[in-house]
Design a protein around this ligand. Structure first.
Ligand code: VGL
Ligand code: ZN
Length: 217
């Protein structure tokens, strides 16, 4: 774990907590369950009380989305296919707009969250990142929202560490935010070494990997 370097206190108006994809389909029993996904909810609720700024990301796909294996005859979930923007891992149908699986976990308690960013809404483009879609061109608007509000430091938590949380953290760094990932407030899918790869890429990009114990509790 890298030490927490000179980040402003969590309640500083320049800091935001970004809660990624804590939705029923990523919780055990859901369509794309992440092991232990339910275990992080109480910790996220507790951490969030320290922040003035809380943003929620919500995976929000139309039916027939390009990331669904069911949209690619002859392919199964976890296969990889080539799409116009590059390689795309295929997933079970998940987080369909308006479905129960797309709803935030019922125990997530973030009454002061001011923004919910929905992503993956474009049928032809996936979006692991809460900042920029998988074509690496189409912004969600989150960078502008944060910058316009004077936020320069983001803390990330949620699901899945090695996909949506990692891509969001890397894009936060690329957009110039001081970025920390609270590892024990995340859980990973860990497909073919994706967890180690994601941790290495984030460390190399200057994302601070920390545990919640290093923060106020
Ligand atoms: C996610 C795979 C597909 C995530 C979303 O939230 O990490 N992973 N869609
Ligand atoms: Zn998705």
């Amino acid at each position: 774990m890298s030490p927490s370097l000179n980040l402003p206190p969590l309640n500083d108006p320049r800091c935001a907590l970004i809660v990624i994809d804590v939705q029923n389909d990523f919780i055990p029993g859901g369509q794309l369950a992440v092991r232990g996904g339910d275990e992080i909810v109480p910790l996220i609720n507790r951490l969030a009380t320290h922040f003035r700024n809380v943003v929620i990301a919500q995976d929000w796909h139309p039916t027939g989305h390009a990331s669904f294996a069911s949209s690619h005859p002859g392919h199964a979930p976890f296969d990889s296919v080539q799409l116009p923007y590059g390689a795309q891992t295929l997933w079970p149908d998940h987080c369909i707009q308006g479905s129960h699986g797309a709803q935030l976990h019922a125990d997530l308690d973030l009454p002061h969250a001011q923004l919910i960013v929905r992503k993956g809404c474009n049928r032809d483009i996936d979006s692991y990142s809460a900042f920029v879609e998988a074509d690496r061109r189409t912004p969600t608007g989150l960078t502008g929202y944060l910058k316009e509000r004077g936020i320069d430091t983001v803390y990330l938590v949620g699901l899945a560490l090695d996909y949506c949380v990692a891509w969001s953290a890397l894009d936060a760094r690329a957009a110039g935010f001081s970025t920390a990932l609270i590892v024990d407030a995340c859980r990973a899918i860990d497909l073919d070494g994706s967890l180690q790869r994601a941790l290495g890429e984030m460390e190399a990009a200057g994302v601070k990997l920390m545990n919640s114990q290093a923060l106020a509790n």
